[in-house]
Ligand binder design. Structure first.
Ligand code: ZN
Length: 695
């Protein structure tokens, strides 16, 4: 391995990040890695990578695909390896030393990448190849890689004047720093807050909820107590169930104030600076706005196309939410409540209304949604669709004792991937749920099997009880596992095209599509079993559960689209318009007629999707763009009359889950479905089609 050959023979390398891993499947030896290993490893990785790139630019041979594009794909192996381990820890299991390194590293990383992405000689070689790409006799995947590489360098500013490049480099460095600050602030605000639930504060809360609150207390060295944290998987069920209106208000306000408390963790100034710098960068690159810049390289292509989709769904969703609001208010009044529905009341009364109308509430189904059984269900669906099988491995090093690892084998029993599942909330973990990799699939120099992980924030069962999921949690589990499949089933040549390396507005298709199987009776009947009695989910409860899925969709859609629209406005309007973030937020919500009783899913100050980095910046709409496809895609199985239909599953595997970024996403979708997605499928899935026709 190249990273070991640079070590001096006189001093054997002791940094575990710099030697070949002797673990099973060459997995990271987490127990041996300590924070002080990272900076020296990164320094070495930067030097190696820079030398590899210099070798490409100094190559006297005429540029060709192999000596330029393939050589770039081969470069930076050590950097990729060390980064994967480090960023896994930053998000899933950090500590003050790791966070300190993260702060320092964001700047170092920008300083390393800037001169590569803006290297004029390197870009000259890429441009030359790109111009004569038709004559190069490339495979389809090679052609896609050349186009993606050209686009990546071009969009990073490789073709700009020296002055513009210098400014661009400064902007990138500053943005890297600001993105890191944003997420550190948010984590700190979440860690600093907790609410102790005394005996008198528990009215309405289920036993399983209290058990989780006790487990959370134990995690923080407060054994015997019960606490609420600002994790979404605590806050939302609490707001649904707590009969204490005063506590609901307190929790709601703390949750929506994260990053907006005027303390050292305040994100308002960070946002203002990020937006100004993004706008400046977009203009340097010749775009009128940052949104125009970002969206050029997506399926949507333009801000107008994004706005078109969001507004089409907004109208019926808002109409539905307003009608629901009136019903909730009527319920309060009928109960003798002398107050107007407030945002901290919505979930509580919506849940009551659901009980009244559908005779169903989350806590009725929770005892049937055992985490381990739902993991089994997610695996079983993958086995039936794609033939892959799972067996747990206890010998793979992990970053925290709660993490579990499974070996994934293909239908012929060959090793395909390792899957790491890290399911429980803890103080060292960021909120939310995500998928990422410790190593991506590729076969440039022999087959490399991927190491894929899922991180969730479910609450643990206390006192040896199993962890029980809410319906939302169960859906999240399948969602993230859908992303994991995208990584594990990847079958491409080049690492930069592997798995989820696709457009942001395509990347949620494999994940959201997978959610469909979770809510099917065929799956629930087998895997939703009572945690104490082992009884399967009663038929009647199952029916009510499925019917209840369309309940409160006005609310869910409104909280999502308002966030997506504000993201778009932040990046479409001049940055000077949002110098006061709160005022901007209020004004924009006013313009779209946001119901006062509903809050955005992510207020700007906690909107990590768009401010912790740029992945979802001007791109939060992506979930809905992908939903147009996933709602339509599942129809292929329904039309086949079998949700595991093997011919349809084979196309899904061959055209969507295994192709990564090696094909154009529109072409991939059409290859799978035989046509473009039908847009009304999304409204139908959300139960909003009748409102759309009436609106
Ligand atoms: Zn996702």
């Amino acid at each position: 391995m190249s990273e070991t050959s640079a070590a001096s023979p006189a001093a054997p390398e002791t940094n575990p990040l710099l030697v070949a891993w002797q673990t099973p499947h060459q997995t990271p030896p987490f127990a041996e890695i300590t924070p002080e290993h990272f900076m020296p490893a990164f320094e070495r990785a930067f030097i190696d990578h820079a030398a590899e790139v210099a070798a490409i630019t100094h190559d006297p041979a005429v540029p060709d695909f192999d000596n330029t594009i393939t050589a770039l794909e081969r470069s930076g192996k050590l950097l990729t390896k060390v980064s994967a381990v480090f960023y896994d820890l930053v998000s899933a299991h950090s500590n003050p030393s790791i966070l300190e390194i993260d702060k320092e590293l964001s700047l170092r990383m920008a300083r390393h990448w800037n001169p590569i992405m803006m290297n004029a000689v390197l870009f000259g070689r890429i441009v030359m190849l790109h111009e004569k790409r038709k004559e190069l006799d490339l495979t389809g995947e090679q052609m896609r890689l050349l186009e993606r590489t050209y686009t990546r360098f071009h969009r990073a500013g490789a073709g700009l004047s020296d002055d513009a490049k210098a400014r661009m480099a400064e902007i990138n460095e500053r943005l890297a720093h600001l993105g890191t600050s944003f997420s550190h602030h948010l984590l700190a605000d979440e860690q600093e807050w907790l609410l102790e639930l005394g005996e008198g504060d528990r009215a309405g809360l289920s036993d399983t909820f209290i058990a989780s609150a006790k487990a959370a207390a134990e995690e923080r060295g407060m054994a015997g107590k019960a606490i609420l944290t600002l994790s979404r998987s605590f806050v939302e069920p609490f707001l649904k169930a707590s009969e204490r209106r005063d506590l609901r208000e307190k929790v709601f306000k703390a949750f929506t104030a994260r990053g907006d408390n005027g303390n050292a963790n305040d994100n308002n100034a960070v946002i203002v600076e990020i937006l100004a710098l993004r706008e400046e960068a977009a203009k340097l690159l010749g775009f009128p706005t940052y949104a125009a810049y970002r969206l050029e390289d997506t399926m949507a292509k333009t801000p107008e196309a994004v706005r078109g989709l969001l507004e089409r769904v907004w109208k019926p969703a808002r109409a539905r939410a307003l009608a629901d609001r009136d019903q909730l208010q009527a319920m309060i009044t009928a109960e003798g409540g002398n107050f107007a529905l407030a945002p901290w009341d919505w979930r509580y009364y919506a849940e009551k209304l659901r009980q009244a109308k559908a005779n169903f509430d989350d806590s009725a189904i929770k005892p049937y949604l055992v985490l381990d059984h739902m993991i089994e269900a997610a695996f079983d669906c993958a086995t039936r669709l794609f033939g892959i099988t799972f067996s747990e491995r206890k010998d793979i090093p992990v970053w925290h004792p709660d993490v579990r690892v499974w070996e994934v084998r293909d239908r012929d029993g060959r090793h395909q991937a390792l899957f790491y599942g890290d399911y429980f909330a803890r103080p060292s973990k960021r909120s939310g749920a995500w998928m990422s990799s410790l190593r991506d699939q590729q076969k440039l120099d022999g087959e490399v099997a991927p190491l894929i992980f899922n991180i969730c924030n479910f609450s643990k069962g206390a006192d040896g009880q199993p962890s029980l999921l809410s319906p939302d949690d169960a859906r999240t589990l399948f969602h993230e596992f859908g992303h994991a499949l995208h990584g594990m089933l990847s079958n491409v040549m080049f690492p930069s095209l592997a798995g989820t390396s696709v457009f942001t507005d395509f990347v949620e298709l494999p994940s959201q599509l997978y959610e469909h199987w979770q809510e099917r009776p065929e799956v629930l009947q087998r895997f939703a079993r009572h945690y104490q009695t082992g009884e399967p989910l009663p038929e009647d409860l199952l029916k009510r559960f499925i019917a209840a899925r369309k309940f409160n969709q006005g609310f869910a859609t409104v909280e999502f689209i308002s966030s997506a629209l504000i993201d778009l406005e932040f990046h479409t309007q001049p940055a000077s318009a949002s110098r006061d973030v709160r005022t901007f937020e209020q004004a924009e919500l006013g313009k779209i007629g946001m119901p006062e009783e509903i809050a955005m899913r992510h207020r700007p100050q906690q909107f990590g999707h768009i401010f912790s980095g740029d992945y979802y910046a001007a791109g939060y709409y992506s979930y809905m763009w992908s939903e147009v496809m996933d709602a339509d895609a599942f129809g292929a199985f329904e039309e086949a009359g079998d949700i595991f239909d093997s011919a349809t599953a084979k196309r899904l595997h061959d055209d969507i889950y295994s192709t990564g970024g090696s094909v154009d996403p529109e072409a991939a979708y059409v290859a799978f479905r035989g046509r473009e997605p039908e847009p009304d499928a999304l409204l139908r899935r959300r139960g909003l089609l009748d409102t759309a026709e009436a609106a």
